[in-house]
Design a protein around this ligand. Sequence first.
Ligand code: NAD
Ligand code: WQD
Length: 341
Amino acid sequence: MSKILVTGGTGYIGSHTVVELQNSGYEVVIVDNLDNSSIKILDQITQITGIKPDFQELDLCDEPKTLEFIKNNPDITGVIHFAAHKAVGESVQLPLKYYRNNFFSLINLLTAFAGREVNFVFSSSCTVYGQPDVLPVTEEAPVKKAESPYGNTKQIAEEVLFETANANKNYRVISLRYFNPVGAHESALIGELPIGVPQNLVPFITQSAIGKRGPITVFGNDYNTPDGSCVRDYIHVVDLAKAHIAALRRQEAGKMPAKFEIFNIGTGKGSSVLEVINAFEKSTGVKLEYKIGPRREGDIEKVWGDVSKAEKELGWKAKLGVEDMMRSAWAWEEYINKNLF
Ligand code: NAD
Ligand code: WQD
């Protein structure tokens, strides 16, 4: 049985991926410094799968400890690297916090595997495309100048990974460019846990619906889109988690024609902010209060992915739609509310 290291495994996407890994028969070890997640997630995962994942509290920016941890775990064959800071706005205020955490952790991990075989899956983002000229956007589209230090860390990390994979015959790297991950596990035992006022649409919707926040502001209805609000490719976090398994399987099967590959991970379908609000109301029966406000600075007008490469090469395709995403996000919000998570 392969042992997979999941960095950031107590976080939002990491925890869902741990569940899918365990359900697929992988042994998992999580490394997280709990900067943006709770240790309680380990028990939640155990409730879902019946298996408590190994956990090591570790800051991957600590080079000696990271090298030691990897050395002491010679049976790790794959790494899924989620650990990073991810708040776009904060990265503009505190760029060094983002460059330090997102680069040091990546470089320490890659260094730690020197001389060893490793399958490496990296969490990238559609943010690297900025506003694409052609939609749906393919993996071949030019990477635009990053709009934030956070986005820049993803662009540069992909270059670091490309160069490192080409220089090390034992490294196989897949970078997954996620579109907008939302929703929660069907058990409602794990989901997104935003700290403070959510900046992202779906957690704001669920917190507003449960009464933790006031009405939602739709950031602009004068865009060049069918209803004037911005369009995104929302992807259910469980579908996204499964894409990581497909990537690992491809690496393990020796099917990679190159040392470094990129895949878009989305549904291939765009939804506007107003459509998401409607889908929430329709799928949950809960009425939302919203108002139209000004545009949010730095927002992309519309983006959705061409996901045919992932379908063809990874044999992976998103199965869940926006209503499934909303229903599951709402069930998780209700769970958090009842359980004072
Ligand atoms: P998250 O914050 O929920 O999870 C990240 C985890 O990494 C957290 O548990 C945090 O404590 C941990 N971490 C951060 N720095 C660390 C360090 N130095 N050492 C050890 N652990 C550390 O975020 P998420 O939404 O699950 O995102 C996971 C990855 O996916 C990130 O790389 C993010 O940039 C990327 N991504 C996220 C989105 C999104 O919208 N959520 C979209 C595209 C890409
Ligand atoms: C979605 C849409 C908003 C809140 C961000 C990062 C991106 C990626 C995913 C990591 C937009 C609108 C939002 C609200 C609104 N993360 N909105 N009212 O901006 O597409 O992407 O998360 O890689 O890098 O930038 O996601 O959820 O913030 O916004 O109208 O209260 O909802 O304008 O059109 P975004 P989001």
